[in-house]
Write a protein that binds this ligand. Structure first.
Ligand SMILES: *Cc1c(COP(=O)(O)O)cnc(C)c1O
Length: 239
């Protein structure tokens, strides 16, 4: 067993325990392995341990890694999720290479992604990033603007609206952490209930990372994004 194998198993166990504690079926929460700053070999090791969903933040790095991983001839097809900010000059690369984007927080970005999604690929699966606890400098649409943005995104022909994503700040204690997670869940529930046309596939609450996945699962997350818990500490200085 490699370290990545062991770590993956540990994270899967944490998710299963969190599901059980929340009275949710095991399998209610998908695991996205966040491989940013780690190389193709790390992705390969996780894939050989059964991992299928991978998340990346830095577009250029991700696209290079995807090509390296493709050349390795893995047994299963991987699904790539963009979880980093998408600048206008990067939308084409994202539209051409990723399966999912979690970080849509402006209609202009969504329109470009839809326009640039190649005709021979399935629609790009997207989540609306919501900012429930930060000021205007934090990425994500404010909660009270999320429904309008999601409805507009749902009308774009080459995108498929899948849900809501959020990155709550680390909270000072468990009660405040639970409260902020619950605010995200409430936005998700509101959009799902009131969205209307184009929300048929709206089923994903992308919430929780290595440090807070239990709280996220308790709040109803359906997809946790775990990096360091699988691959170890990131060394940004080495990039
Ligand atoms: C890096 C990152 C993660 C993973 O964080 P860890 O704490 O390493 O699990 C999850 N989500 C987003 C948006 C990230 O940028």
């Amino acid at each position: 067993m490699t370290t990545i194998d062991r770590n993956l198993q540990g994270v899967r166990d944490r998710i299963a325990q969190a599901c059980a504690a929340a009275g949710r079926p095991s399998g209610a929460v998908e695991l996205l392995a966040v491989s940013k700053t780690f190389g193709a070999e790390a992705v390969r090791a996780a894939a050989l341990a059964g991992q299928r969903l991978f998340g990346e933040n830095y577009i250029q790095e991700a696209v290079e890694k995807m090509a390296q991983v493709a050349a390795m001839g893995l047994p299963q097809a991987l699904e790539w999720h963009c979880i980093g900010p998408v600048q206008s000059n990067k939308t084409r690369l994202v539209a051409e290479h990723f399966d999912w984007v979690h970080t849509v927080d402006r209609l202009k970005t969504a329109q470009r992604l839809s326009d640039q999604r190649p005709a021979d690929r399935p629609p790009l699966q997207v989540c609306i990033q919501v900012n429930v606890d930060g000021g205007p400098t934090k990425a994500g649409v404010p909660a009270d603007e999320a429904l309008a943005l999601a409805r507009a995104v749902a009308q774009l022909p080459r995108l498929r609206l899948r849900g809501v994503m959020s990155i709550p700040d680390e909270a000072p204690d468990a009660a405040r952490q639970a409260a902020v997670m619950l605010r995200v869940r409430q936005v998700f529930d509101l959009l799902r209930a009131q969205g209307g046309a184009g929300f048929e596939a709206f089923d994903t609450l992308s919430l929780g990372m290595t440090g807070d996945l239990e709280a996220a699962v308790a709040a109803g997350s359906t997809l946790v994004r775990v990096g360091s818990g699988i691959f170890g500490a990131r060394q940004y200085a080495m990039r």
